[in-house]
Design a protein around this ligand. Structure first.
Ligand SMILES: Cc1cc2nc3c(=O)[nH]c(=O)nc-3n(C[C@H](O)[C@H](O)[C@H](O)COP(=O)(O)O)c2cc1C
Length: 161
């Protein structure tokens, strides 16, 4: 089973994750914050690599064959809710993963590196990454950006039936 875990504050990451899910036959799971912070706090907690409480969700990857983490870029890093999810991941050793970063304009590579380091520390195996840009997502022009990304995923994990 391909699992696509995402957080999306304003719907862009969700739009891309949903389209990707259709392409690869993946199951979607959303990271939900317990409380919505204001913009300043969001930027600060991301900048300092902090974690913030999320609603209970499955973090045990026992029945997952391939994990995709899709995240917005915040302060050239990732939201504290994504850090919280990543910290909770268990039974992940040896499993492949890919990362999708959705951004306004810059910092995606750094955000991808953060997710990559966190999951590699759990023994997971990095496969690929992709970047989408807010304006392209708004215009519905992100298809090509995830086309090749989807292929790298299905090449490793057979789509769920
Ligand atoms: C607190 C905060 C910090 C952000 N920092 C960055 C950044 O460093 N680089 C960037 O390109 N976009 C940044 N953005 C823009 C988001 O990445 C962009 O709006 C993205 O589309 C949001 O995805 P979402 O709609 O799924 O929440 C930031 C947005 C917020 C709210």
């Amino acid at each position: 089973m391909i699992l696509i875990v995402y957080y999306s504050g304003e719907g862009h990451t969700e739009k891309v994750a949903t389209a990707l899910g259709k392409k690869v036959g993946g199951r979607l799971a959303t990271i939900e914050p317990v409380t919505e912070a204001g913009t300043f706090r969001k930027a600060m907690t991301a900048m300092f690599g902090m974690r913030a409480a999320i609603r209970p969700m499955k973090t045990d990857l026992s029945d997952v064959d391939f994990l995709v983490v899709a995240t917005p870029v915040w302060s050239r890093k990732v939201p504290p809710y994504v850090n919280e999810y990543l910290a909770g991941v268990t039974n992940a050793a040896g499993k492949p993963f890919s990362v999708l970063a959705e951004m306004g304009g810059s910092g995606a590579e750094n955000a991808i590196e953060i997710v990559r380091n966190s999951l590699e520390a759990k023994g997971m195996r990095f496969v690929s990454s992709a970047v989408t840009v807010e304006s392209e997502v708004d215009a519905g022009r992100f298809g090509p950006a995830i086309e090749e990304f989807a292929r790298t995923i299905t090449a490793v994990a057979a789509p769920a039936v």
